[in-house]
Write a protein that binds this ligand. Structure first.
Ligand code: NOJ
Length: 530
């Protein structure tokens, strides 16, 4: 694997800078805090950190509403702090990507301020205006809990402006070449600073066109390809990760012929992992993976169990959504938009076996896994907090007051109770070889030391048992047979003749002889190298 394909066999880690570690005693996490904790991330085995937005922002959408694309919010530190972080990460062989929010700015951005206050301003056309709110009516509303329309009337401008997210996040007008150029400049700025790439936010929505749902338009792909070509030419080895919450066949074009995105999130597999665990059957996972087209050799899917948003249920049927809500969001506060605002451990009843099994799936399905900060120790959440803040609480470092996150009053209280910092924290788990942290550390290390996991294809193996997901991962001359028992009871699988052979079970590094049948403990998993 050449180094420019590093992302294919890596483990990513997403973190909120504000919630990770406070280094200067103001109660908010910062870039220096992240630098202080790099050794921890290295111990875990992380190859690439994805920083949630650190740009100056009024925080109406936690930084996804950017007021200045060229600096760091002073609360998080300075550009120099970021340089130091990048350097220190690189010394540890850890890369760093950040959010690139192309689709919209904050309404506090000077471009929007100029645009709304003067019809003749060159910035007016940076945004999408209309005298009526009856344009692009086929575009769906994303934040259904708060927004009634994708158009909002602006008193000052005397027109409606277009926005796919909060009304405080006006969409940029990508039909304007100036806007397209601005975003190249933004990318160049951060790449010159040393960043290893971008998680490109909300890319399906860049362009609008009447008579369409304004998603995944050809002109959007054309622009993204230009961005990729620009990066390949000037910054080879840096990556673009695509956030398109779409069906696999609609994400596929974002890989192009290997000339658009390097990576793309696989949104639909995520809720199906939870469905599989609850139904104790793997069929939904199998169906969506069979529906997943193959992708070019230099591309990679990105898989995740949780992230900073609600557990999104956009990529399921209405019936499945209702079922997921019933099973995983029994309290009304747990629901948010089309999803569930809970973290991994509470979703899985804090059952260590289920949490490990979910991770076994995450680490063995095609795609580069992303861990959401705190889920490696099984941190809790707080569904009472506004919007998605309940899954963005202070990292639980130890059991001292404020979870070892800060010496000051934290921006928000760390989680209390059973999954709170008194019980679940990094210090405790580092000291306990039996902890979830150590189990995941081992998974990460096994995953990275075997080429078989870096490919993007898989083969489902029929064993006559609907409760056990069995599949073959094969790549670069290596073959890995994976067993995941989703059942809460002992399950037996029949081994097809061609796999009746002696291999190595990776977790114990013991030799294992696969006969005609195999028995698996409840919620257990087995990774066998053939
Ligand atoms: C997707 C991000 O993950 C989410 O947090 C944000 O609210 C929207 N894009 C809008 O930027």
């Amino acid at each position: 694997m050449t180094d420019n394909l590093w992302y294919k066999n890596s483990v990513f880690y997403e973190l909120s800078v504000r919630a990770f570690k406070d280094s200067n005693g103001d109660g908010r996490g910062d870039l220096r805090g992240v630098t202080e904790k790099l050794d921890y991330l290295q111990t875990l085995g992380v190859d690439c950190i994805w920083l949630m937005p650190i740009y100056p922002s009024p925080l109406r959408d936690d930084g996804y509403d950017i007021a200045d694309y060229y600096s760091v919010d002073p609360a998080y530190g300075s550009l120099d702090d970021l340089k130091v972080l990048i350097e220190a990460a690189h010394q540890r062989n850890i890369r760093l990507i950040m959010d690139l929010v192309l689709n919209h700015t904050s309404d506090a951005h000077p471009w929007f301020q100029a645009a709304r206050s003067d019809k003749n301003s060159p910035y007016r056309d940076y945004y999408v205006w209309s005298d009526t709110d009856q344009k692009y009516t086929d575009a769906r509303i994303i934040f259904v809990d708060t927004e009634r329309s994708n158009w909002t009337w602006d008193e000052q401008a005397g027109q409606f402006f277009w926005h796919r997210f909060y009304s405080t996040q006006p969409d940029l007008n990508f039909a304007n070449p100036k806007v397209r150029e601005e975003m190249f400049n933004v990318a160049r700025f951060w790449l010159d600073l040393g960043i290893d790439g971008f998680r490109a936010d909300a890319v399906p929505y860049l362009f609008e066109r009447e008579g369409t749902n304004c998603e995944n338009l050809p002109e959007t792909h054309e622009y993204l390809k230009q961005l990729r070509a620009f990066m390949d030419e000037h910054y080879p080895g840096r990556i673009l990760l695509c956030e398109a919450n779409q069906w696999p066949e609609d994400v596929r074009p974002y890989f192009g012929d290997g000339d658009e995105f390097h990576m793309g999130f696989h949104f639909p597999i995520m809720p199906r992992i939870y469905m599989a665990l609850k139904k104790q059957r793997y069929e939904d996972m199998e169906k969506i993976m069979r529906r997943t087209p193959s992708i070019p050799e230099n591309c990679q899917w990105c898989t995740f169990l949780r992230n900073h948003d609600e557990l999104t249920l956009e990529m399921v049927t209405e019936e499945e959504r209702q079922w997921m809500w019933k099973e995983y969001a029994p309290e009304p506060r747990m629901k948010l938009n089309l999803g569930i605002r809970r973290r991994l451990a509470p979703l899985l009843d804090n059952d260590r076996r289920k949490i490990e099994l979910a991770n076994s799936l995450l680490f063995t399905l095609p795609g580069t896994p992303i861990i959401y900060y705190g889920d490696e120790i099984g941190m809790g959440d707080n569904i009472e907090l506004f919007d998605r803040n309940g899954v963005r609480t202070p990292m639980q470092w130890d059991d001292s007051p404020n979870a070892g996150f800060t010496d000051a009053t934290p921006f928000t209280e760390p989680i209390q109770g059973k999954l709170g910092y008194q019980n679940i924290n990094v210090a405790g788990q580092l000291n306990d070889p039996e902890s979830l942290f150590h189990a995941l550390k081992q998974m990460i290390s096994l995953r990275k030391s075997h080429a078989a996991f870096g490919g993007s294809d898989m083969q489902w193996i029929q064993t006559g048992n609907p409760h056990v997901a069995v599949y073959l991962r094969e790549y670069d001359g290596e073959r890995m047979l994976i067993f995941n028992n989703l059942g809460d009871s002992v399950q037996q699988v029949n081994i097809p003749t061609e796999y009746r052979q002696t291999g190595t079970e990776l977790f114990s590094s013991r030799s294992i002889t696969l006969g005609d049948a195999l028995e698996l403990e409840p919620y257990s998993y087995l990774w066998v190298q053939l």
